[in-house]
Design a protein around this ligand. Structure first.
Ligand SMILES: [Mn+2]
Length: 424
């Protein structure tokens, strides 16, 4: 289904007076208001195709109904999100969960909804029914060359699908690791991974990147072959300029200073981009900003400062993507909340008074430095986001329109109460 523009306009009209009062209250104190609004309009976050269905736990999956049954329907759902928030103009595919069998039709369908394709993701953490060798003991790091070759070929095939869709990056996350001490020679595993990635790297088109994601544990619980940003950085450095490190917020041990990691990767030109989510304990796949919005703000503060220092365009210089799929919310509502939380953190980071902060740091004025950051963090920027959406043709309040228009019920009517998203 598609949401007609006039329905959004009608709802906006009803909310406009209330919005204007809130916006005027905040906007009066914002320097460079129009520049900031334009940056917010430009800033889009890619939606992963696997986030449009209800995720599972190790114990079960409870679908909410009306889930997209095909890639086409997933694209329609992203189109709905983008129509509402004008901030989700791309979709990231996971192969083989979503194989674009007719690339030109898929591309045309997406373009009609104002969407394009972000990074394509390979999958060698599961066995597929028709594959010859198992990934039980790893893929790109496997001790058996035949298994590595199969995994390399899969990645090259994913690049091929991506080229057809005009994607520009291959995102690689490996579950390769070991569960018990002694199971694996760690140096050997790393070296085999590097060799495999070198073959994949050689197949990248000139204007492509490969993004190397890391994760400390799960599904393996003793070692992971690309376990942290240092290991990913080592690989991406050895591979070359087209390789960079991808930061997934949930892929850190508790207490890790992610903002510092981000700052240094950005300094080295090695930050590929983000997989946004939130967590309390591990890779929890919770909605961005639901647990620790201050950390998200601190990350964006480093991003804005670091990107400005390198003269990078915020919206397009690195990849911005959500990677979350949990099990109790309506996925579309969850994604609307996620995009909102990311843009709130971004807007707050744009409000940081950088010259004042630099001076406070120079003076070792710790109290003032904290005050400057928290002044920005404690500003309610939601009406700035709403104004940016309004100017871009979206909804003042996407979630309220989504509910008011009973979109989920319409999707259930169209697709069925038992429709379960493909892939996950
Ligand atoms: Mn991820």
């Amino acid at each position: 289904m598609q949401l007609e523009k006039y329905k959004i306009d009608e709802a906006n009209h009803q909310q406009l007076k209330d919005h204007q009062r809130k916006f005027d209250f905040v906007a009066g104190d914002v320097k460079n208001l129009d520049t900031i609004l334009q940056k917010l309009i430009d800033f889009n976050i890619a939606i992963p195709s696997w986030a449009l269905g209800t995720g599972g736990t190790r114990f079960g999956r409870f679908s909410g109904g009306g889930e997209p049954r095909s890639l086409e329907e997933k694209i329609e759902d992203v189109g709905l999100i983008h129509a509402l928030n004008r901030s989700s103009n791309s979709i990231s595919l996971h192969i083989p969960w979503d194989i674009p069998s007719n690339a030109s039709a898929i591309k045309a369908h997406a373009a009609q909804l104002g969407l394009h394709f972000d990074a394509v993701n390979s999958n060698t953490f599961q066995d597929q029914p028709d594959q010859e060798f198992s990934y039980k003991f790893g893929s790109l790091h496997h001790v058996d060359k035949a298994v590595r070759k199969q995994a390399i070929a899969h990645n090259i095939e994913v690049i091929k699908y991506g080229v057809e869709l005009d994607s520009k990056a291959l995102s690689v996350w490996l579950s390769d690791g070991s569960n018990f001490p002694g199971q694996l020679n760690m140096r050997g595993a790393f070296e085999r991974t590097l060799e495999s990635l070198q073959e994949i790297y050689a197949a990248l088109p000139d204007d492509w990147k490969v993004w190397v994601e890391y994760k400390p544990y799960e599904p393996n619980f003793y070692s992971t072959t690309i376990g942290d940003w240092g290991q990913s950085y080592l690989l991406s450095s050895k591979l070359g300029q087209k390789a960079q490190t991808l930061v997934d917020l949930g892929h850190h041990l508790q207490g890790a200073n992610i903002e510092q990691i981000v700052s240094l990767l950005l300094m080295e030109g090695k930050l590929a981009g983000f997989h946004f989510n939130d967590s309390k304990y591990g890779d929890d796949d919770l909605t961005v900003g639901s647990i620790n919005p201050y950390q998200l703000f601190l990350i964006f503060n480093e991003l804005v400062e670091g990107m400005d220092a390198r003269g990078m365009t915020h919206a397009t210089s690195i990849g911005w993507m959500i990677d979350a799929s949990h099990n109790i919310k309506d996925p579309i509502e969850d994604l609307l909340q996620s995009v909102e939380a990311i843009k709130i953190a971004y807007a707050q980071a744009l409000l940081v008074d950088t010259p004042e902060l630099v001076q406070a740091q120079q003076d070792n004025d710790v109290v003032l430095a904290q005050e400057i950051l928290q002044q920005a963090y404690r500003t309610d920027v939601r009406s700035l986001l709403a104004e940016a959406r309004l100017r871009a043709g979206g909804a003042l309040n996407p979630l309220s329109i989504y509910r008011q228009q009973t979109i989920r019920q319409q999707l259930i009517n169209e697709r069925g109460a038992k429709a379960v998203s493909t892939g996950l």
